[in-house]
Design a protein around this ligand. Structure first.
Ligand code: ATP
Ligand code: MG
Length: 139
């Protein structure tokens, strides 16, 4: 398995607020190479499947509603230690607790509407990348 890749989404709040460019700039200046990217929108079924691990949480309905309300940017990123380094670049789930200079500190609105997704393991990075991209869309 390729372990130097992670998967990200620029979430609907960040797209609505005009932050696609700012977020891609942070990603590329941190040394991540984009190996796949698309502008798309999740269906309710997509969002429920993607976040199935949270299906019992009280915020699940709100999360699915949020993630489907507008377009997102989905991408696969490559860099040594990609999963861990990207989680550091995006910062804590709650932007109020995110470190200075992190993507969520700069661009997120709230714990629910937190601008970006980052995979939490190599295994999930591979699953999530395959959810959005076929082999011929990955470079
Ligand atoms: P992501 O998986 O999107 O990268 P994360 O790994 O930092 O975020 P998770 O615990 O996996 O955080 O939660 C997934 C998403 O669910 C969060 O990014 C956020 O959008 C939403 N979420 C998490 N906790 C809450 C909460 N307490 N209230 C509302 N929404 C929440
Ligand atoms: Mg997560």
């Amino acid at each position: 398995m390729i372990t130097n890749r992670t998967f990200t989404m620029i979430k609907p709040d960040a797209v609505e607020n005009g932050h696609i460019g700012g977020i891609l700039e942070k990603i590329s200046s941190a040394g991540f190479k984009i190996v796949a990217m698309k502008y798309t929108q999740l269906s309710t079924r997509d969002a429920e499947a993607f976040y199935a691990v949270h299906s019992e949480r009280p915020f699940f309905g709100e999360l699915v509603e949020f993630m489907t309300r507008g377009p997102i940017v989905a991408a696969i990123l490559e860099k040594d230690n990609a999963v861990e380094d990207f989680r550091a670049l995006i910062g804590a789930t709650n932007p109020a607790e995110a470190a200075e200079g992190t993507i969520r500190k700069l661009f997120a609105t709230s714990i629910g509407e937190n601008a970006v997704h980052g995979s939490d393991s190599d295994e999930n990075a591979a699953i999530e990348g395959a959810f959005h991209f076929s082999g011929r869309e990955i470079f």
